[in-house]
Design a protein. Sequence first.
Length: 65
Amino acid sequence: MCRRRCAIERDPVCGMQVDPEQAAGKRVYEGRMYYFCSPACLAKFDRAPAQYAGEQGSRDGAEET
């Protein structure tokens, strides 16, 4: 659980909400950080990052507070 003030991100593979502090994994792709709910979603992203990066990519809401 996010104890400090933080943004909830969206897993780009399945669309599930992910607390960055509890993410099963994370990757930087084209300068942007993506967070994953499970190792399975992370593996799918690793196989084809361009397929997932633009559509449901994590939202950078942390700066908007």
